[in-house]
Design a protein around this ligand. Structure first.
Ligand SMILES: O=P(O)(O)OC[C@H]1O[C@H](O[C@H]2O[C@H](CO)[C@@H](O)[C@H](O)[C@H]2O)[C@H](O)[C@@H](O)[C@@H]1O
Length: 247
């Protein structure tokens, strides 16, 4: 993740395929998953950039597809959710991994049991895994890391994913790199230059994949990254997208 200093990204090439993370990238981080605020101009901006890129725009998020659809109901592009375990494309039936024998209700119950041990912890259940959030009690970070690592030991089909003020168990065979690769096979995306913007550790695989394919990654916010470029925050990303639409 070290190496060359990161620069401001060049103008988005018109022949790029654009992959956008959601939390901390398109929208600011909020105290809880449900509290994120969608800027008034975001849906229109996504429509415009989707038209400019000839339909080659997708969201790649740790959130479930249903969650993303709830926040951005009219988003016209592809949506890879649950770190790529789900894929929803316009006009096509949604695809989802089969969770490989995972008893997801039992997993959620165990995460709730952990959360009950300390005030302020929050469980976010998902169809393919679970997140234990500690944003309200940052001093519990180490405890949550250990508890989730131990839980992960009982679920070989899941991988421990550190996130912002949270630890998640997500499908081991998913990943934002794989989601990008899958999307790049589609006619709207094939042959284009992949550009991936994201803010979190889970985005590093997506950025690395975009760069391996000759495109570039954009790290949103502070912190080390393999990305060649950086923008300060979601507002700066939205301005960068808006400038591209005006060119
Ligand atoms: O891949 P992303 O779109 O960045 O999603 C990653 C996780 O984002 C959410 O959690 C994070 O954002 C919350 C709202 O801002 C914040 O309260 C939390 O502390 C962050 O970790 C979401 O809840 C997770 O399901 C996503 O996997």
């Amino acid at each position: 993740m070290e190496g060359m200093p990161m620069t401001t990204p060049p103008r988005l090439p018109a022949d790029a395929a654009l992959f956008l993370d959601f939390d901390g990238c398109l929208v600011e981080i909020a105290p809880t998953p449900d509290a994120v605020v969608i800027p008034d101009d975001l849906p229109g901006l996504l429509d415009r950039i989707h038209r400019r890129q000839g339909g080659a725009v997708a969201l790649i998020s740790g959130r479930e597809v249903a969650d993303l659809r709830r926040f951005l109901p009219g988003f016209p592009g592809g949506v890879a959710g649950s770190h790529g375990a789900e894929l929803a494309l316009p006009g096509r039936e949604a695809e989802a991994g089969d969770a490989q024998g995972l008893d997801v209700a039992a997993l959620h119950a165990r995460a709730r049991d952990l959360a009950a041990l300390h005030d302020g912890l929050m469980v976010e259940p998902k169809a393919h895994g679970v997140v234990l959030h500690y944003r309200a009690v940052p001093e519990r970070a180490e405890w949550v890391a250990g508890a989730m690592a131990e839980l992960a030991g009982d679920y070989p089909m899941l991988a421990l994913q550190p996130a912002k003020m949270a630890f998640e168990l997500r499908p081991a065979d998913a990943g934002k790199d794989r989601a990008l690769a899958r999307l790049m096979e589609l006619p709207e995306f094939a042959g284009r230059l992949p550009v991936y913007a994201g803010d979190d550790l889970t985005d590093e695989a997506g950025m690395a994949e975009a760069q391996k394919r000759g495109g570039f990654g954009i790290k949103i916010g502070e912190g080390q990254s393999c990305a060649r470029h950086r923008l300060a925050d979601p507002g700066a990303l939205r301005s960068w997208l808006d400038s591209a639409c005006r060119s």
